[in-house]
Design a protein around this ligand. Structure first.
Ligand SMILES: [Zn+2]
Length: 225
């Protein structure tokens, strides 16, 4: 969804809350969307208390008023680049888990660029070229990427599903959203993804670095297939 209508529920300090939104707020390692709301630019989107999402608007235009119906449009080029990047990172995690049994320790993504840290010590010989080849083969395979929801208890019981600490999922979450790259990787995840791995394109590993014991960093970019 690139364009939607929402009703303004609150306005505070240059930020607007709506009864519904297609804007993705910063979270789960994925940066926020940008775009326009009622004709003014949206420069930041973040989660507030409960389900509230705050859209910070820039420029000098007037802010919409509470109860006003407004049109929101997300910057699709940025969002699609982030979706491609996010899906590429799940493929990377799946490949590294299946091939080397190593878990993620951290990461960061921007549009078509990312770094991810894994618990290697040290990196295997020829790692950069090998992981690039394996990831690109999985991307080219056109694996479907499916979204589903699992009851919290069922999700927590599945060790493979939540490789980060289970206590990162707040108690208030009754259902866990799952991203399934069919046949490769299933992860609890709140981010946005493309529909199939071939929509990502390809990755290029730019650099590998040691960030200490049991912590090796991979820098990559996402390029058109
Ligand atoms: Zn993710």
């Amino acid at each position: 969804m690139r364009t939607f209508m929402g009703r303004v529920t609150d306005v505070r300090d240059g930020s607007v809350a709506l009864d519904r939104t297609a804007f993705y707020p910063t979270g789960g390692g994925q940066p926020h969307d940008t775009g326009e709301l009622a004709g003014v630019p949206v420069v930041e989107v973040r989660k507030g208390e409960g389900d509230v999402v705050w859209h910070t608007v820039g420029g000098d235009g007037p802010l919409p008023a509470v109860d006003e119906e407004v049109e929101g449009t997300i910057d699709w080029n940025r969002r699609h680049a982030l979706m491609r990047t996010h899906s590429a990172l799940h493929v990377l995690c799946g490949v590294i888990w299946n091939e080397w049994g190593k878990a993620v320790t951290g990461g960061n993504m921007e549009e078509l660029a990312a770094r991810m840290d894994f618990e290697f010590d040290p990196l295997p010989e020829g790692f950069a070229a090998r992981v690039e080849e394996l990831v690109n083969a999985e991307l080219a395979a056109g694996r479907p990427i499916e979204v589903s929801f699992l009851p919290r208890d069922e999700a927590l019981a599945d060790d493979a599903l939540i490789r980060t600490k289970a206590n990162l999922i707040p108690d208030s979450v009754a259902e866990v959203r799952v991203i399934d790259i069919v046949g490769l990787d299933r992860q609890a995840d709140g981010g946005t993804h493309v529909r199939s791995t071939d929509e990502v394109g390809r990755i290029k590993v730019l650099k590998t670095e040691s960030k200490g014991k049991g912590n090796k960093r991979i820098r990559l970019e996402v390029v058109d297939g």
